[in-house]
Write a protein that binds this ligand. Sequence first.
Ligand code: HEM
Length: 512
Amino acid sequence: MEQVLWSTGACALSLLFCALALALMLLTGKRQSHLPPGPKGLPMVGSLHRLGSRPHEALAALAETHGSLMTLQLGFMTTVVVSSSEMAKEVLQKNDLVFGGRTVIEVLKMRSYPEGSLVWAQTGPRWRALRRICTTQLFTPQRLDSLQALRCQKVHEMVELIRQAEPAVDIGRAAFVTSMNIISNMIFSADMVNPNSGSAQEFRDVVWAIMEVAGAPNLADYFPMLKALDPQGLKGRCNKLFGRLHQFLNVKIDERLQSRERGGVDRGDFIDAILDSKQENGVDFSRSEILALLTVRHYPRLCYAENEKDLFVAGSDTSSTTVEWAMAELLRNPDKMAMANMELSRILGGPEHIMEELDISRLPYLQSVVKETWRFHPPVPLLIPHRADATVNVAGYIVPKHTQVLINYWAIGRDPKVWDNPTAFLPERFLGCNVDYKGKDFQFIPFGAGRRICPGLPLGVRMVHLILASLLHYFDWGLPDGMKAEEMDMRDKFGVTLQKLVPLRVIPVQSS
Ligand code: HEM
């Protein structure tokens, strides 16, 4: 992180920084008297250098000294970090209205992407309208039910590919391709990862490149005087990429409009849902709002992550990351794997039974495995950063307007005050217990909570359970090269999602 920061023309700007350092010290010294406590930072950089490449862990360690509501100065950005379920409740429930804002990263502030996506829109009429269509049109139980066959088909394609695979399967990659294709088919009825389709390939390349650029650490986010310079050229690149993405989606929208005019069939995907709602409810979405809805994905703000060229080879979406960690934990804990397998064969029988989504409700142990994975290996460990839209009193401290707020859910999920034996993978802890991920239990918020809670939750939940259950139902799994469970590398790596540092490669055996 430090290398990335300092390698990018920082030397040339050092004089300017020195002049501003004094101002910053005066400013932060003054502010910190009312803010929650926190570490003393260096001039200019504040505590940026302390985050390293594993900010979730670094922040958890700092919170042990400074408390569960802690202030950090990151460059010129004042940040409050929340590290306990009580404080998460204060922020995401008691003060939900105030903390609903987002700090929009520099690369996304551009003409072709005017805070366009749901993830980055500030709370206001536009954000509300975008969320409403998500909850009333795109992710409703009816629409999700109607697309059940599509999800099952994509999962069966994955199973077929695994059957033909070389000895070892990269689980994250298999789950990534499946979840990406489920989502792209839901949006515009085509596979996103399909070597035979040129346009799908183009779409994938652009989406991946955007995630890479938006995920790179950008000096301009921390040092406002660099904004106009765009010293790393990230904003310029992002602008071009969004131009290409929107061009691609515009073609899809135009094609669909023409097909509808000719009386073509309604495919029931998101493009049709948005155009239907325009027709039926008179909701007049502008083209840019339609584009914002069609890019309803996480564009994570990863100011701390290292810029990795191979990011997407390993797979990087929330659902596939969950599946990979769940499989890794089951292989590492053979007794838990045996429990999951026993439940599957007792309830569903052998692999001749074709797995369906309806089966999942009859598999409580499998559901507990997924929950425990979301506690122990949260795909979005710091949630997506929030912002205070007004100055507010939290637990006796004053958090000024425009302060960035990070919720360290990774630390909350391992808090020994809340969880017994927090560093052990114990799905049983969720059996017969009401703790749920829907944003009411603040010790367990893998999808966030409050007004910004993940709108894709119902889809994510269905995809993860179906993919994991199918992997276990159709195959038995073994580690390659005689590796023992206790030799598995379980380290994580902070990136677009919290992935396994070493991708999980395992050997499938047809289950009997
Ligand atoms: C395992 C699956 C998933 C997990 C763990 C997850 C987690 C999260 C988290 C932690 C947030 C941030 C909440 C906050 O700011 O406090 C979020 C936001 C969001 N997620 Fe997800 N997500 C998942 C799947 C999905 C899917 C499948 C979609 C859409 C296809 C999606 C779309 C979004 C959007 C649009 C937001 C921003 C909402 C807003 O800012 O108003 N997510 N998600």
